[in-house]
Design a binder for this molecule. Structure first.
Ligand SMILES: Nc1nc2c(c(=O)[nH]1)N[C@H]1C(S)=C(S)[C@@H](COP(=O)(O)O)O[C@H]1N2
Ligand SMILES: [Mo]
Length: 410
């Protein structure tokens, strides 16, 4: 494996060499002995695990080409920051570079700007003010596996989300350097990956100009104090705190300031949800509008107990987990042991930033032998609360209902 170099001296890296890539499929196949159980009733419930992807530790393999790697859920019990080598991985096209020459890499800033730019990594690292923020990156299809009825798309369980401390520069500072012209309304972003077939659409996303200049949207060259793993977008990734990971363009090398909304199929056709309460419809329902996926919504998870776990009856039982508020901070996480009739507060852990995971904990006691449920519910600082009703839409997007954990007291 290559060495990590310091941030002040980016180096040439050929991390995903042809040999490593060739080995990827092989080794993923060979790793089938190790599996992960999602506990989905009606199955199939297990997925292969692999430890063989470059710069990645033990990951759930959802697909190999392009790689879709899910964070095993037990990782979320170990702390609020997801280790880089277990940060989930998702790509639309398999043709992303396997080598980036950090000396010749340039970030183009063009379109409606006074001074078009071709910024080197050195310029980004040395010439612009440094900015840091913690934020959860969550795929819009996180938890799609649990949609009832099941829907097509990546069958992510709850692990296509990860929290990291990002370091880099504000997008606002980059745009100011280029000088945004009057009449600009949007900024479009593209990366080094290209579609496999010439007719297929390149993956791009756009933000409106005010959002792009809010001083929080940033370009990260470091994640948790290290260079970005190649599979997570080395050498530069757009970070849109509080918004769905679909906007977080990896291997970012193109910023275009425009005077129109994103015309790409990734906004006009896909990554859309019903414009209904909680983006929820009945299967087969018709006659509702669709809107682009934007912000994350509050969520919370128990991390120290699994479905079906047995706990001693009548004894104090610690319950802990993580929560995030979406595009706002976490105000509270409450627990219910009676199906949502009554709620008790939990104690929140250290605040590591508005958009990151927040740990929470409580002690419960299950009074009688037999089956029990534990529900955790996050409320964000905007008073937005996770819904009790199960979220369902045809794309399997933006699931955020209160999770129900089945336990047995014995
Ligand atoms: N260049 C590029 N950026 C991209 C994508 C992509 O296909 N290409 N996929 C997006 C989607 S849908 C997700 S969920 C996240 C995944 O980021 P990660 O692999 O670092 O976890 O990247 C986003 N950025
Ligand atoms: Mo995604």
């Amino acid at each position: 494996m290559p060495q990590h170099t310091t941030l002040s001296s980016p180096s040439r890296r050929g991390l995903l060499s042809a040999a490593a890539l060739g080995g990827m499929g092989l080794l993923a196949g060979r790793a089938r002995a190790d599996t992960f159980d999602f506990h989905v009733p009606g199955g199939p419930s297990t997925r292969p695990m692999a430890t063989t992807y470059p710069e990645k530790g033990r990951m759930i393999v959802q697909r190999t080409r392009p790689p879709w790697l899910e964070t095993p859920f037990d990782v979320f019990d170990t702390g609020v920051f997801t280790p880089n080598d277990q940060h989930f991985v998702s790509w639309h096209w398999a043709t992303f570079p396997t080598h980036v020459d950090t000396d010749s890499f340039a970030l183009r800033v063009h379109g409606l700007v006074e001074r078009p730019q071709a910024l080197s990594l050195r310029a980004l690292i040395h010439d612009l003010p440094r900015f840091e923020i913690a934020a959860v990156s969550q795929c819009a299809g996180n938890s799609r596996l649990y949609a009832e009825p099941r829907v097509a798309g990546a069958q992510w369980a709850n692990g296509s989300m990860s929290n990291a401390l990002y370091a880099g520069v504000r997008l606002k500072d980059v745009l100011d350097r280029a000088g945004v012209k009057g009449g600009a309304t949007h900024v479009q972003f593209g990366g080094l990956d290209e579609p496999l077939l010439p007719d297929a659409p390149k993956f791009v996303k756009a933000l409106d100009i005010d959002h792009a200049r809010d001083g929080e949207v940033m370009l990260a060259f470091a994640m948790n104090g290290q260079q970005l793993p190649m599979l997570n977008g080395f050498p530069l990734k757009l970070i849109v705190p509080g918004w769905s990971a679909v906007y977080w363009i990896k291997m970012l090398n193109d910023i275009e300031v425009t005077d129109h909304p994103d015309p790409s199929v990734w906004t006009t056709r896909s990554y859309r949800v019903p414009d209904t309460p909680n983006h929820t419809v009945e299967p087969g329902q018709k006659g509702f509008g669709m809107v682009p996926i934007t912000r994350n919504l509050p969520r919370s998870f128990v991390t120290n107990l699994k479905p079906g776990d047995s706990v001693p009856v009548g004894a104090p039982q610690p319950v802990r987990g993580i929560a995030f508020g979406g595009d706002r901070g976490v105000a509270a996480v409450d627990l219910s042991l009676d199906g949502g009739r009554t709620w008790q507060p939990t104690t929140l852990g250290k605040d590591e930033g508005t958009y990151g995971f927040r740990q929470w904990q409580a002690t419960i006691s299950l009074p009688a032998r037999g089956a029990h449920t534990v529900m955790a519910r996050c409320t964000n600082t905007d008073r937005v609360m996770q819904p009790m009703r199960r979220v369902w839409n045809p794309g399997g997007y933006m699931s955020n209902q209160v999770e129900i954990l089945d336990l047995v007291a014995a």
